[in-house]
Design a protein around this ligand. Structure first.
Ligand code: ZN
Length: 378
């Protein structure tokens, strides 16, 4: 009887222990249950990035002449809770510095526990150009004409392909940061294909005061991303070779505002109601010489207004650069030596409200020799 009782007790304890064992296994299985929501560690660039982790990874995209690998730094923050993946690329043109600082500030400001979703940042996409203070790659190619790239293509195409395949295709949304090129400066502005509702909404969420409708030239990172169904915009601000406080602050605040609107970080201050330009035109100089201007970014000008002068330094002959259309100066050359055909002013033609389709605004008929249409060298 006694032995039967102790046998029964033994069975009971075995059952209890088995239950505890199962329970603890189930407790161990709690984490896989979180994984089943789809928000577990993610593989990026051959590394695992866990939820709540902030990491710096490297993309091996090229080699130096001596065979040492050129590794592009990639910053990653995996939030604790699910959300979209937003990517930031800067320095696609190696001499455009403002975006590099914007990406740094964004990643410095976000702690993984406060983030829903994931951030991926490529602060210096064109490392070759950055080291040489050049817009271009060592083969004189413009990296931002070779996306989505190809592994068997030119040096530019291979770097573009590595970046696109290994980083960009992980993104739901992308902001590509640029500045004006070649001694030109841009008023802080977004470039976006406003015909696409998701992109329009993203551009509005950024809160920058000026949006320019632009499909993006084939080969640009933004255009290739949009073609791959990634919601992408470009932030253009300031000039190359400088870190400019206001342009950086606007880009940083716009990015935080966008992340807040997406529900990825806490509240942010409200942005401006943007002025939208569906069309813009470049005004080129017709003579070579010393180009001088006292115009400033953001100025509104009438048709026929004198925007600047070009003076021949030998003959002293002087010509004027005239605004052929009314509009707002959204980009311009700094005073410098120019040759005929140099694009000196980027004039935005005020559009209608954001809801209006881009084709709707009626525009003045422009002579094709007089002005360039749709040239946005981002
Ligand atoms: Zn650029």
């Amino acid at each position: 009887m006694c032995s039967q009782l102790s046998f029964a007790r033994g069975l009971m304890w075995a059952a209890v222990l088995m239950f505890i064992g199962l329970a603890s296994e189930r407790a161990g299985a709690q984490e896989p249950m979180v994984e089943s929501t789809g928000w577990d560690a993610v593989e990026l660039l051959g590394r695992s990035v866990a939820a709540g982790e902030k990491r710096r990874l490297f993309l091996r995209a090229s080699e130096s002449f001596a065979g040492t690998s050129v590794e592009i730094p990639v910053l990653v923050i995996r939030g604790l809770t699910p959300g979209p993946t937003v990517c930031f690329t800067a320095g696609v043109h190696g001499d455009e510095l403002n975006g590099i600082e914007i990406v740094r500030k964004v990643f410095e400001s976000v702690a993984p526990p406060d983030l829903s979703g994931m951030l991926i940042g490529v602060p210096v996409a064109n490392l070759h150009g950055f080291r040489r203070s050049s817009r271009y790659l060592p083969d004189r190619r413009d990296l931002n004409r070779f996306f989505p790239g190809h592994p068997g293509g030119s040096s530019a195409s291979r770097i573009a392909g590595a970046l696109f395949q290994n980083v960009v295709l992980h993104c739901n949304r992308l902001i590509d940061f640029h500045t004006g090129s070649f001694h030109r400066t841009n008023i802080p502005q977004l470039r976006a294909d406003l015909r696409k509702p998701a992109i329009l909404e993203m551009a509005r969420s950024f809160g920058t005061p000026l949006i320019l409708h632009s499909e993006g030239a084939p080969g640009t990172l933004r255009r290739a991303a949009v073609d791959a169904n990634i919601t992408a915009i470009t932030y253009e601000a300031g000039e190359p070779m400088r870190f400019q406080a206001d342009e950086i602050a606007r880009g940083y605040e716009g990015t935080r505002l966008l992340l807040a609107k997406l529900g990825m970080v806490g509240r942010s201050s409200r942005g401006d109601d943007p002025e939208v330009f569906y069309r813009s035109r470049w005004v080129r100089v017709n003579d070579g010489g010393i180009f001088l201007t006292s115009r400033e970014l953001g100025e509104s000008v009438e048709a026929g207004a004198v925007l600047g002068t070009v003076t021949d330094p030998v003959s002293n002959e002087r010509s004027q650069v005239i605004a052929p259309i009314p509009g707002r100066i959204i980009g311009m050359a700094l005073s410098q030596v120019v040759i005929p055909g140099f694009a000196a002013f980027h004039i935005g033609l005020p559009g209608d409200v954001l809801a209006q389709p881009p084709d709707a605004p009626s525009l003045p008929t422009l002579h094709p020799d007089q002005l360039d249409a749709l040239e946005h060298p981002e």
